[in-house]
Design a protein around this ligand. Structure first.
Ligand SMILES: Cc1ncc(COP(=O)(O)O)c(C=O)c1O
Length: 380
């Protein structure tokens, strides 16, 4: 392992940027027909010459410079089978106030989700979840024999915890919550959440997917990792380096649980974490400067889109993440198709909301300005 020194990491992007050999982030080119469509827009709209990805909740700035530097510095290790995740686990455990034996590393948090889905479907029982929500764990568990009990969000588009309580059956082996949720970027109030998780985990697993944790700036929110630190059983939390850290393509994420449960999950994983993913995450989790920058830019971008919604009188969900959910009043597919012609990729369908809602991921503020101008010229 060629570790960056702590000074290098603390110096962050500015110091490493001068290293020179780190290439820029490649951009997805426009097709010729998209270029043609773009030129039909009003002349005062700045027209990026690449696809703007408002579709997958990625970090448009990432990876951080120190993560790129770590990848470069450790390329020579890729002839070996695997890296040592020990130092990374220690860093992430310390940040979250848990012990290293509360943790496991996955090839993306998707692997943690799949492993948990596998465990929860072993008895061919049921899993209770919010609807709509993120589907990976649910899809995996369903294919492995579990029945998925989907509880629609309430009128305010929040998780209906009482309805979820009522839906739990004797055969329910897991309750799955995404907090903040996706595609609806709302949170569950912390006291209600804590009480619910403690109650539900008495007799079954409770999985809390906190992929967007780092973006939340809301006094009503609390991570459930604290319950694991307190020693509670049956609770699993996942986090990822794919979002705020901009390392989606490296595939690295984390599970947190009681040591017995963490080691049971670790024992049935099927992936091997990539040596460069370990090195990149190790550097990135210590680069607070980059994370603060990404959070600041994300807020700027969200404001641009929220201002547009206010101006046009569109309902939207106040976001705790790096995406917003907007009631356009149009079929999502139609919005998607039209936006694509102008070089903008927007969110996929999220039934049953696909008939009038669209999920918009945040990119750089200047790209969101372009999105707003295109949206207004097409639909306002
Ligand atoms: C709620 C949620 N969980 C997990 C993931 C997948 O994360 P990873 O890249 O760590 O597998 C996503 C990706 O969009 C997500 O939205």
């Amino acid at each position: 392992m060629t570790n960056l020194t702590r000074r290098q990491i603390l110096l962050g992007g500015s110091a490493i940027a001068v290293a020179g050999f780190i290439p820029g982030i490649p951009r997805t080119p426009l097709t010729p027909s998209m270029k043609l469509m773009q030129s039909t827009l009003a002349a005062d709209i700045p027209r990026p010459d690449y696809m703007i990805r408002l579709s997958a909740n990625e970090n448009p700035y990432g990876p951080s410079r120190v993560a790129l530097k770590a990848i470069n510095a450790n390329m020579h290790l890729t002839n070996r089978y695997s890296g040592d995740p020990g130092p990374l686990i220690k860093v992430v455990a310390d940040i979250n106030g848990v012990s290293t034996d509360n943790m496991l590393v996955g090839t993306g948090s998707s692997e943690i989700l799949n492993v948990a889905g596998m465990l929860a479907s072993r008895n061919n029982g049921s899993i209770v979840c919010v609807d709509p929500t993120y589907q990976s764990l649910l899809r995996y568990a369903e294919r492995s024999g579990a029945e998925i009990i989907r509880i629609p969000v309430n009128e305010s588009l929040n998780a209906d915890l009482d309805a979820m309580r009522a839906a739990v059956r004797n055969d329910t082996d897991m309750v799955y919550l995404v907090n903040p949720n996706n595609p609806i970027p709302s949170i569950i109030e912390k006291n209600a959440m804590r009480e619910f998780v403690l109650e539900m985990s008495q007799d079954r697993l409770v999985f809390i997917d906190e992929a967007y944790h780092e973006y939340v700036d809301n006094p009503d929110y609390e991570s459930m990792i604290g319950l694991i630190a307190e020693g509670h059983n049956n609770i699993i939390v996942s986090r990822t380096a794919s979002k705020i850290h901009g390392l989606a393509g490296m595939r690295i994420g984390f599970g947190f649980a009681h040591p017995d449960l963490a080691s049971r999950m670790d024992g049935v994983k099927t992936g091997e974490t990539h040596v460069l993913a370990i090195e990149a995450a190790y550097a990135s989790y210590q680069d607070q400067e980059f994370q603060d920058f990404a959070i600041r830019k994300n807020k700027e971008s969200r404001k641009i889109v929220e201002d547009m919604c206010e101006e046009l009188g569109l309902r939207y969900v106040k976001s705790n993440t790096n995406f917003t959910f907007i009631q356009t009043g149009m079929e999502n597919k139609a919005v998607q198709e039209k936006m694509r012609e102008y070089g903008i990729l927007t969110g996929r369908d999220f039934p049953p909301y696909h008939t009038s809602w669209t999920r918009i991921s945040m990119s750089k503020p200047e790209e969101m300005d372009y999105f707003v101008q295109v949206y207004k010229s097409l639909f306002a």
